[in-house]
Design a protein around this ligand. Structure first.
Ligand code: SF4
Length: 118
């Protein structure tokens, strides 16, 4: 398998090509520094993302509450996490960083509020 990765560690945005299968990496080309090399290895074998979205809010002033994961979530669990998040309806008051869903999908990340609602 060949994966083209645009490094997001710095604004240069090097285009990195990784060849391999699963955890077995055969070659990595296109990176400029070791940060990019490590990023490409992780992105090839175990890609993760900070999940940012909204949950329903029981409020007359605002229907949605912005939330995010407090740690990166494995990319293959993003859709499962979204299904869990869709089921939640939050009742104010909510403070910034309040945990909305603990250990979502068992991945170790919590979904937390990114703002406060009275
Ligand atoms: S490989 Fe290094 S220089 Fe290139 S985008 Fe990534 S961090 Fe920046």
């Amino acid at each position: 398998m060949v994966k083209e990765i645009i490094c997001t560690i710095c604004p240069i945005g090097c285009h990195i090509t990784v060849k391999g299968e699963g955890d077995n990496i055969e070659s990595i080309e296109g990176y400029t520094c070791n940060l990019g090399l490590e990023h490409a290895k992780a992105e090839f074998s175990h890609p993760v993302r900070i999940l940012t979205t909204t949950v329903k809010l029981e409020s007359e002033t605002s229907p949605l509450l912005a939330v995010r994961s407090n740690k990166p979530v494995p990319k293959q669990l993003i859709m499962d996490c979204m299904e869990e998040i869709k089921k939640v309806k939050v009742t104010p008051p909510v403070k910034r960083y309040d945990v909305i869903i603990k250990n979502i999908c068992g991945c170790g990340a919590d979904i937390v509020a990114t703002g406060s609602i009275e």
